[in-house]
Design a protein around this ligand. Sequence first.
Ligand code: T1G
Length: 647
Amino acid sequence: MTVVSIGRQDDIAIVTVNNPPVNALGQALRQGLWDAVETLDADPSVRAVVLICAGRTFIAGADVTEFGKPPVPPHLPDLVNRIEAAAKPWVAAIHGSALGGGFEVAMGCRFRVALEGASVGLPEVGLGIVPGASGTVRTPRLAGVEAAVELVTTGRPFKADRAQGLGLVDAVVAGDLEAGAVAFARKALGQPLPPPISARPVTSPAAGWWDDQRKAIARRAKGEVAPLRALDCLRVAAEKTFAEAMAHERATFLDLRASDQAAALRHIFFAERAAPRPAHLSGVEARPLRRAAVIGGGTMGAGIVAALRDAGLPVTLIERDADAVARGLANLRSILDGAVKRGKLTEAQAEARLAGVTAGSDYAALADADLVIEAVFEELSVKRAVFAQLGKACRPDAVLATNTSYLDPRLIAEGLPGPERFIGLHFFSPANVMKLLEIVPTPATAPDVLATGFALARQLGKIPVQAGICEGFIGNRILKRYRAEAEALVRQGTPIAAIDAAMRAHGFAMGPFEAQDLGGLDIAFLQREGARAAGQDVPETLGDILVRAGRKGQKTGGGWYDYAPGDRSPKPSAATASLLAGQIAASPAELTAEEIATRLTGAMAAEGQLILTEGIALKPSDIDLVEVHGYGYPRWRGGPMFAQGLR
Ligand code: T1G
């Protein structure tokens, strides 16, 4: 397949890239572009060149599948320089996303024209590297240092309009991109050309500004290396010559590309892209998803409704009576108001989200639903009563799902007519924000119903992971082991605050005890009490002692830590120390922060290994996705299985 073809519109050459799925800059494409420059330079009838891409997007970057291999010429920085030095001006015509090497190629062009709604970005830090083909050197010369620092060190793309305002693109067109780019090229030929970006000046801010940037990035990066190394490259670009800056960037890129953090981030990158289309479901057609319904308008139910509406699905919300319906709609409204406050939605979009919800207490409204997700109180009899009604009210082919996080889905579905259409869909709170979705089939679940779970995840933009049935499935089972190991360290005399500090230093947003205080110790306590009441032998935990003493966390002013009224910062607690005094070894084992983190992440991996052996998870990377997307495991460490060398 020709990845680069050349067409003409009179004296304007059209270079079209066609390298599905995202026009990544593999060796063949780099060679094809190099040859195109040579060909068009040698053609006196060509006065300008438009570079455009077929398919869903402009060039989305270097080919990440090549990263593990030695670089093969033409190297991307050389190609970008070659385009910049072309005898005729090149105009990049951008649709979709020009990312990484794609935007660097666009900066080798003399001009950039973007289709409205397109975006440009340098996401390399998200892969544990820095741009390796002049992104840190040309961007400051094109748009100034401040814009460059934001674009490069956050990795977040800019939409076309903002990019134009910053000078990253020269024009934004609507409709036919090629025609717009050709017209732009013709117009540009009638005026003096701007200098190539590499020849443009750049002004470096004062040293204090750089120090402030470094502090802010270090706070945000929490141990991730690439953003700070990218800042270094940008400073060199602002203070040294183009050539010196290019050499510094290349050395940094090659150094980071071989790093553990880059390997970990690539692992997650590919795991995320493989997750929505598991091999064992290829060829299995999902059932249609046109109308959805949610039973229960509490925190989880309202969050699930919001997620379904974000995906454009009309939703019926069912609650037990008029008051509960009103409360459910109020919960949804507060989610939408929050999104508007944070600038995620406009008022009009929030209204449209709400307009797509039909709420009531009559199950007859479910007659046309393709999918119903139950999200009522986590109690077996309550859930079974809901499914008894769903079995009567819904079409026989409607997919019926439970959002249970701990109960055995088989018990919930007992007696349900058409058990093949039943499945577990475990959302994480807040359901409209958290990307993880654990998909839990029962032995009776039909393959096309399982495929429908994955299709729903794709439609909601979530990361689906299939889980077998056990207590806590994958994520909550590992969480239980993680907490038990943390309590074992407390019993050995390791201070609670030292454990939390060690896990924060390891890259977690918070440690296991701070997290319990935030979420409430009573949730897990009730689970344990339920198991005990059902006759299971569940040994007493340190958390039980605290809950029995009324210490449930922030909501009661104290849990593992004390909290002053209106202050959420945890303070070591004398009350907790005295409650647990009898449980703690007299001669504490001194552990370093690294040893604590290794012990606790090792326990996660050990539980993950059991989960794999029992067939609860299908592959190690699924467990890593659960931990990274559901439990705050630092992405740049790849997950507990990756960290233990398990791929
Ligand atoms: N290389 C190789 N394959 C890629 C790829 C890439 N850069 N990006 C995506 N794919 C594959 C992906 O694995 C999947 O494959 C398919 O394309 C669709 O992806 C020198 C060194 C572009 C926004 O980080 O952000 O340039 O599973 O499902 O939702 O400075 O892909 O179908 O077989 O995500 O429409 C910088 C990463 C690289 C962009 C499209 N670029 N990609 O999203 O599709 S480093 C990136 C994305 C670099 C230079 C440096 C997204 C997308 P399969 P998808 P999508």
